[in-house]
Design a protein around this ligand. Sequence first.
Ligand code: HEC
Ligand code: HEC
Length: 248
Amino acid sequence: MRRAASALLLTALAAMAADTRRSGFDDLSPALQALQRDDTQNPGQLWVQEGQALWSRAPAQGRACVACHATDTLPPIAASFPRFDPAAARPLTLSASIDRCRVRHQHAAVQGPDGAEVLAHAAYLGHLARGRPLQPDTHRALDAWQARGETLYRQRLGQLDLACLHCHDQRAGLRLGGARIPQGHPTGYPAYRLEWQALGSLQRRLRNCVTGVRAEAWAPQADEWLALEVYLARRAAGMALEVPAVRP
Ligand code: HEC
Ligand code: HEC
């Protein structure tokens, strides 16, 4: 019995020691790390505040978010996406579920992950779940999406003929131009990027990587983004959420 328990402990310790995953935060300069850490300085906090205000604001038609989601029941959910949506039989991102409630209950139009209100809601909900381990849905129906995402991750793209894997697994930590190549974990999104002078979604970040290798980006609604998001979230499972992150 004792032997089994200590074997279990050793296995757990080995798994911890073998976890070499690093968040993009770890590869930031000390100045940017300080900016991300300090809520009074982090520019992403402007979106968090806007999201907090929107949460309880009654729309022209329909109901405020807070009317249905008591503020203390919804907050920790941001770390549990993408989820499997049984009705659509597809993965559902946090942004998409925000949009769905805006459309259903506030008579709003779909904005997509980089719409102003969706970004603000996602920043607010992400911030409330900050520090929680990423726990994307383990529903088996998402396994095929994960596999498809992994295939994309390993597939060479664009004129540079590079796969995500070549940069984020094989060259992580090295410099590319001015930037240090991170491992490519989605823990900080939506994130404030200095280059954008704005908060942006994970999809926007991925689009930058795809066009960065001179490939044509998929259409905004394309399944490829969703498959990559499922794969990346599962690859980062257990890492702490750090919304809103600051990136160069
Ligand atoms: C040529 C190298 C290269 C390729 C190929 C590449 N990326 Fe990136 N990626 C980068 C660099 C460099 C950054 C960080 C840029 C910065 O923050 O200034 C980045 C950032 C990211 C981030 C954000 C990480 C964070 O902590 O903010 C994710 C996620 C990501 N990439 C995913 C992908 C995916 C998925 C693919 C394939 C579709 C891909 N990348 C292809 C170089 C690459
Ligand atoms: C009229 C009630 C109502 C309003 C108003 C409402 N929601 Fe929802 N919301 C729901 C219901 C019901 C679900 C579960 C939907 C489902 O699973 O099909 C849900 C699900 C969600 C989810 C997915 C998380 C989960 O636990 O399922 C998010 C995120 C969310 N809502 C955000 C919002 C935001 C942001 C607003 C304001 C813009 C909002 N909701 C307004 C009723 C509402």
